[in-house]
Design a protein around this ligand. Structure first.
Ligand SMILES: N[C@@H](CCC(=O)N[C@@H](CS)C(=O)NCC(=O)O)C(=O)O
Length: 226
């Protein structure tokens, strides 16, 4: 898609980390949107963000007299992009089925970060919460892949928001969360089922994400070699 004066272009503001922006990066890339990423100086730029944090998506309409559309909150950004670029079904119930997975992923991520600063019994308890949530996520993905005739996507035969969110979820835990607690990477990798590995491979080899994988490297290769 080439931008003309009616095609929106996008700026995704975030830190130069996987964090909470990977799914949006994937959505923008898979949509073949014209977009760039900004890494604002922090904390100097904090007061200039609508909600005081990142990510922030700026959509520039291309029309001269139209204001930019500025959106905060990673979940809202992802849903907006997924709907706009048809990576979720239009049926409300089906759409909700896709979107609920994203919320489950985030809960597990929050649970991981919540236990980092704790010690002793409190840490053990919260770490167990994370472990149980991770097991549940993997169980759900595994079951969806099996139900979907093992074609490698969570739903149907094409790449969707749910697939990208799942891929970004595992990538965040194995390649980013590991910088906070080294054992999380082998811990997660050991739990990954053949079905989940199939999902990761399918997402990564989808032609729509070719550019993303070229730029960021292969997560699957990272899982298999490290
Ligand atoms: N609920 C928000 C959380 C955003 C958030 O906490 N962002 C962090 C980076 S992952 C941030 O901006 N930290 C810097 C700060 O708050 O000053 C979302 O999902 O976007």
């Amino acid at each position: 898609m080439t931008a003309d004066n009616t095609t929106p272009t996008y700026v995704l503001r975030y830190f130069d980390i996987i964090g909470l922006a990977e799914t949006s990066r994937m959505l923008l890339t898979a949509a073949k949107a014209e977009w760039t990423e900004e890494h604002p100086e922090w904390p100097q730029e904090k007061p200039n963000q609508p909600f005081g944090h990142l990510p922030v998506l700026v959509e520039k309409s291309g029309a001269e007299d139209e204001e930019d559309f500025v959106l905060s909150e990673s979940g809202s950004i992802e849903r907006y992009l997924a709907r706009k670029f048809n990576f979720v079904p239009t049926d409300n119930k089906q759409m909700a089925r896709h979107e609920q997975l994203r919320d489950q992923h985030l809960d597990a991520i929050i649970a991981f970060f919540a236990q980092l600063s704790l010690v002793d019994e409190a840490k053990k308890e919260k770490r167990e919460d994370f472990d149980a949530m991770l097991d549940k996520v993997i169980e759900i993905h595994t079951s969806l892949i099996r139900k979907n005739d093992d074609c490698g996507y969570l739903f149907g035969e094409e790449l969707t928001f749910a697939d990208m969110s799942a891929y970004a979820f595992y990538k965040l835990l194995v390649m980013y969360a590991v910088t906070f607690e080294a054992d999380v990477a082998p811990f997660v990798k050991d739990k990954i089922t053949p079905e989940v590995l199939h999902l990761l491979r399918t997402v990564e080899s989808d032609p729509l994400l070719h550019e993303h994988v070229e730029k960021k490297g292969s997560f699957v290769a990272h899982i298999l070699t490290e």
